[in-house]
Design a protein around this ligand. Structure first.
Ligand SMILES: *Cc1c(COP(=O)(O)O)cnc(C)c1O
Length: 365
């Protein structure tokens, strides 16, 4: 028995992996593996249509939004977003970005290649320990869009609110990188223009990128935008302008069915709160471990933490592995440890981790 705390690619529900194994050689009597099917055949069409339907239902995506299945990950979207939206108000204009950690910093750097970027707020000076208060943001009156990373996977900060930017920006759409917490909590999609993310954190395997885009934001791509990344072309072709990542979509579809059986996003949110509380409450109860993130900004999905004595790091990780607690090493830019506790991590995994934290402290404290 192991528990995998990887930040991504990350743990998937056992039931989903078992079902994929059972269906590997012969999907539903078709005689084919899903990997071998034409993406336009009726078998595969039924798979992708069910995945789109279930995603829309689970995430309560309104009917005036398209759900696109793309490739290239969130990092490719960092370029694809300005290529699709920078000219929303005519010629390429200014885009506002809020810098809350490694991933938003990457988005900013890439966007600068395509448009003017205004960093409306940044928590860099305090090492990304919190999210800048909305009142401090210096937004642009004519911003094409406002970009946020709503869960910083590496730094461990998560928005617990949806900022209101309409009045200050003359109704600029919010574009949110939700790679590492999509489907972990209820979101009012109508407050966003675009929600995007790679699937490999909280949904499925790497190779699938999900983009949820309000219909009026389609059709503004810059001439330099590759056709395969022009959201309007992709939408008009039902995510089949080029061959979609068929197997990754199939697994994501199985995860969506699993989520529905568990009780959907509301139930996931309840469990995710319970898991995060269990972990953070323990970390707060002792001086042996430290956290750096302001309490009200802590991520429910990715919890970086540090041993009081960093010389014990290797011993800690070796002992964790012996207990089947895998991939707890922190990101190299932050150091220490990081426990990613996505939807597919059961509470028993967090209990096992807290048990280990306690035992390790008793032995080495
Ligand atoms: C992992 C991650 C990315 C990068 O995703 P790729 O699939 O490697 O492009 C971007 N943003 C966030 C928030 C992430 O967690």
């Amino acid at each position: 028995m192991v528990y995998n705390f990887s930040a991504g690619p990350a743990v998937l529900p056992k039931e989903v992996l078992q079902q994929a194994a059972d269906e590997m050689l012969d999907w539903h009597g078709s005689g084919m593996s899903v990997m071998e099917m034409s993406h336009r055949g009726k078998e595969y069409m039924s798979i992708i249509e069910a995945a789109l339907r279930d995603m829309r239902e689970l995430f309560a995506v309104p009917s005036n939004y398209k759900i696109l299945f793309l490739q290239g990950g969130a990092i490719a979207e960092n370029a694809i977003i300005p290529m699709n939206l920078a000219a929303l108000r005519g010629k390429p204009g200014v885009a506002d970005y809020v810098n809350t950690g490694s991933w938003s910093a990457k988005s900013i750097k890439e966007a600068r290649r395509y448009c003017e970027v205004n960093v409306a707020a940044t928590s860099e000076a305090e090492k990304f320990a919190s999210i800048p208060a909305r009142a401090s943001w210096k937004l642009s009156r004519n911003a094409a869009y406002v970009h946020l990373c709503t869960n910083e996977t590496i730094d461990g900060v998560e928005y617990q609110f949806t900022p209101d930017v309409a009045a200050d920006t003359d109704n600029a759409p919010i574009v949110a990188d939700m790679s590492s917490h999509i489907l972990s909590r209820a979101v009012d999609v109508s407050k966003y223009g675009v929600i995007y993310g790679g699937a490999q954190k909280n949904i499925g395997p790497a190779g699938l990128t999900i983009v949820i885009v309000r219909e009026d934001l389609l059709g503004h791509a810059l001439p330099i935008c590759p056709s395969a990344f022009d959201w309007k072309i992709v939408a008009d072709n039902d995510s089949m302008y080029n061959t979609p990542p068929t197997y990754a979509i199939y697994i994501a579809g199985l995860v969506f069915q699993w989520l529905k059986r568990q009780g959907g996003v509301a139930e996931m949110e309840r469990r995710n709160i319970a898991k995060a509380d269990l972990l953070y409450n323990y970390l707060d109860s002792t001086e042996f471990y430290k956290t750096r993130i302001a309490k009200e900004c802590r991520s429910r999905m990715n919890a970086p933490f540090f041993l009081h004595d960093e010389a014990l790091n290797e011993t800690f990780l070796t002992g964790a592995k012996e207990r089947g607690l895998l991939q707890l090493k922190g990101h190299k830019s932050v150091g220490g440890m990081r426990a990613s506790i996505y939807n597919a991590m059961p509470i028993e995994g967090v209990e096992a981790l807290v048990g280990y934290l306690r035992d390790f402290e008793q032995t080495h404290g």
